[in-house]
Design a protein around this ligand. Structure first.
Ligand SMILES: Cc1cc2nc3c(=O)[nH]c(=O)nc-3n(C[C@H](O)[C@H](O)[C@H](O)COP(=O)(O)OP(=O)(O)OC[C@H]3O[C@@H](n4cnc5c(N)ncnc54)[C@H](O)[C@@H]3O)c2cc1C
Length: 740
């Protein structure tokens, strides 16, 4: 029988809607320089049908070219951090904040340290090197390595803040990085009025190998002028808290010990089965490894056809070739070859705002070279500060007059920011009749149904969230925590959960992968909460949406009614999820804020279950609720309405997520915030705070507890590592919130 020809959509520009099904997985492991540029290029021209994933342990990656300037105090930390969360949003990539620990070619999976494996069709490695010295006794406890930067930066700032009048610093490694950082260290400490003793240890007979003679001579003169002691043919044999024991048997005082020695590949690469050279992934001119589906770039790679020293300049130059070849690998196109330059302009900073050049026989040095370096570095970082504007929402023409208002000024938020506003919801709920059945104890519009059972009550609640992250695993974790909120707030024991999942269009293989991630994540949350996940329902739709119906059991549930004057109000999580998620969606660039770090802190707080908080508060709470879409003020008002009382809130005591207040002050708010504010018009007085109306996803519990017990309860919450605060008190009077 002749098969009917398949009707394919016409070729042409891909429209936003309907979304193109996902058919391939491209995974970028490491947010190094090459991948950062590839992500930017991808954002400018995505490849439809490809799910792009970035795996990196932190939400921001340092641009090391500016590291010496940061140590010297010329740049704030945020100036050298590439915000991977903003970048991933621009690229449409899923960002997984985790560390790759293995790669299994037999099943096309990257293994992660903190969660299940991630599948790939094509994968690229850009994970840099490490300059730690794990075999050196005492290193792990008493020393820092220049790479990765995160811990070094934090320890350095702590050390500087101690304002030691005569600190000793030892830098292990007499290469360019070690000498640059030694000069930067001397500059910063002297500027602060200290008299430091700085020593550079180089185990070879020559410092600054690979640097031209005149430049080396200049840098050695600078070291001497800065009073830095360079010791050759010696290294550390042991690191102690305040000194080092050297290989020649002598000891050397050190209050801050740093390693910039060598370039160590990550050990797990040795188990991948890939061809390696000295532990680095051997690649051909196309940047493909011995497995053509696996690419490697930057310091991770060894260019077999043209070996080069480890330097960021090569990672940067490889990026356009990698971008082209990844697309070629995914579409069957022709690959391009990378031919690295023989030499490049090395601009080495000398502590103060001067630099020396080392290239093409150039023998220059001075302030103008620092400004040149500053300009080049600034230009690179500017690529990641402002992204080309997304096409603005356009109101079609002709259109009904109120369409523009309905579309709003910005795209709809995800999570609880996509809730229907309180005014519209309450209007709709009026049509519900009071329950007719005697075993239904709750009223119409309650957060959860309360059903009388033999011994006590059973609670049933449901929640679903519109996606705000491309990561089904994370989305499922957060939705599960969110869905349990009502059960915990009512002081009940979670019992059972059923999932409702809408998956975006994709191949059966990707669907299976997404569902497995969702169910794994959900099962982890519900099992830890003491509930079983028994099944659910799936469908395919325009975007990822995950929901759970959850039941719980209690003898006498805590409700929003019961708060009495004098009671203290405790909130168990910091506010700001709506603002931060809105900022993330808009890729907001607020000076001084590393948005990615704010988002990571926000997601971490959101993922924290409330079981312990509920266990501490429930035995004493007269009224309790979870703070979700209507914001703190909206949910507090529900409690006041149900209890027939008023409340006072002390704004200074509100716990806030890092950067939430700065983002709110910059005018960033969830799309639901205006409706939350409108719903409370005339019912709230005193100074304003936008975070009062901020919709919370996975928000904290709000409990009214006896004032005499509040301090002890707070101490118990803090002991359980819960960022709770006493935020106000219940007053007598008609339901109203007074802020002060
Ligand atoms: C003090 C100093 C100054 C320097 N100055 C210069 C300079 O001026 N010019 C120059 O060309 N080079 C310079 N370099 C060298 C330069 O820093 C590196 O060559 C460059 O950073 C390499 O870039 P990359 O993309 O390979 O990796 P990196 O920039 O090191 O990025 C690696 C990324 O991978 C992530 N990662 C690590 N492990 C994993 C894992 N297991 N799973 C997932 N993600 C992981 C890291 O968190 C990081 O975000 C300097 C180095 C130092 C130490």
């Amino acid at each position: 029988m002749k098969r009917a020809a398949r009707v394919l959509p016409p070729e042409g520009d891909v429209l936003d809607y309907p979304p193109v099904p996902l058919v391939r997985d491209l995974v970028l492991v490491g947010g190094g320089h090459a991948h950062a540029i590839v992500l930017r290029m991808w954002g400018m021209k995505p490849l439809p049908g490809v799910r792009l994933t970035l795996i990196n342990p932190g939400p921001a990656a340092p641009y090391t070219g500016m590291l010496p300037g940061y140590i010297a105090g010329h740049y704030p930390r945020h100036a050298l951090m590439i915000d991977l969360v903003r970048l991933a949003r621009f690229a449409g990539a899923r960002l997984i904040l985790d560390r790759a620990v293995g790669l299994d070619q037999s099943v096309n999976q990257v293994n992660l340290g903190g969660r299940g494996p991630v599948r790939y069709d094509v994968v690229s490695l850009d994970i840099g090197i490490s300059s730690d010295l794990p075999d050196l006794p005492g290193f792990a406890d008493h020393a820092q390595s220049a790479k990765p930067l995160g811990q070094y930066a934090a320890q350095w700032e702590d050390f500087v803040a101690q304002a030691h009048p005569s600190p000793s610093v030892v830098i292990m490694g007499g290469g360019v990085g070690g000498v640059e950082l030694a000069l930067a260290t001397a500059h910063r400490l002297r500027k602060l009025g200290a008299r430091p003793t700085i020593t550079v240890l180089e185990r070879g007979a020559l410092a600054l190998p690979g640097v031209g003679g005149p430049t080396r001579a200049r840098l050695l003169t600078e070291l001497t002028a800065a009073g830095i002691d360079l010791r050759l043919n010696v290294s550390a044999a042991r690191v102690q808290a305040d000194h080092l024991i050297l290989t020649d048997g002598s000891t050397l005082a050190s209050d801050f010990t740093l390693s910039v020695a060598g370039a160590r590949p990550q050990e797990w690469l040795a188990d991948t089965g890939l061809d390696l050279t000295e532990g680095f992934v051997a690649v051909r001119p196309t940047l493909q490894s011995s497995d053509p589906a696996i690419f490697a770039v930057g310091d991770t790679a060894h260019l077999t056809h043209a070996p080069r020293p480890k330097a960021g300049v090569f990672a940067v130059r490889e990026a356009p070739i990698l971008h082209h070849n990844l697309r070629a690998a995914l579409t069957g196109g022709a690959m391009r070859a990378y031919h690295p330059q023989r030499d490049y302009l090395k601009l080495i900073s000398m502590g103060d705002r001067r630099a020396v050049a080392d290239t093409f026989g150039l023998r220059a040095g001075g302030g103008w070279l620092w400004h040149l370096k500053d300009y080049i570095d600034g230009k690179f970082m500017a690529k990641f500060a402002d992204y080309p504007a997304m096409p603005a929402l356009k109101v079609p023409h002709p259109a009904p007059p109120d369409l523009a208002e309905a579309m709003g000024p910005k795209p709809l938020c995800g999570g609880c920011g996509a809730k229907v506003g309180a005014v519209a919801l309450h209007a709709a709920l009026h049509v519900l009749l009071a329950p007719a059945r005697a075993d239904v104890l709750s009223g119409p519009g309650d957060d959860a149904a309360i059903l009388r059972t033999g011994a006590g009550v059973q609670l049933i609640t449901t929640d679903h969230l519109r996606t705000f992250t491309n990561d089904p695993f994370q989305m499922a974790t957060l939705t599960a925590v969110h869905a349990l909120g009502d059960i915990w707030a009512m002081g009940a024991q979670p019992q059972v959960a059923l999932a409702q999942v809408t998956l975006p269009r994709a191949t059966p293989c990707l669907h299976a992968d997404m569902l497995a991630e969702i169910m794994t994540a959900a099962a982890a949350v519900f099992t830890a909460a003491g509930a079983d996940v028994v099944g659910g329902h799936t469908s395919i739709g325009a975007e990822l949406t995950i929901g759970f119906a959850v039941t719980g059991l209690a003898q006498t549930p805590i409700t929003k009614a019961g708060a009495t004057p004098g009671a203290a109000l405790i909130l168990t999580k910091p506010l700001g999820t709506g603002t931060i998620l809105a900022a993330e969606m808009a890729m907001a660039h607020v000076p001084g804020v590393i948005l990615g770090e704010a988002v990571a802190a926000c997601l971490h707080s959101m993922a924290a279950p409330q079981s312990q908080a509920a266990a501490i508060l429930a035995p004493h709470a007269a009224a309790m609720t979870d703070v979700t879409g209507f914001g703190l003020a909206g949910h507090l008002m529900e409690m006041l309405d149900a209890s027939g009382v008023a409340a006072t809130i002390t704004l200074a005591d509100l716990p806030r997520l890092p950067a939430a207040a700065q983002l709110a002050a910059a005018g960033i708010a969830s799309s639901l915030a205006p409706a939350n504010r409108e719903a409370l018009e005339g019912r709230i007085s005193g100074p304003d705070d936008p975070l009062l109306y901020d919709p919370q996803t996975c928000g904290g519990l709000l409990a009214a507890v006896p004032a005499a017990m509040a301090t002890n309860l707070l101490a118990a919450l803090h002991a359980a590592d819960i960022s709770a605060a006493i935020i106000g008190r219940i007053e007598s009077g008609a339901p109203h919130i007074t802020c002060r």
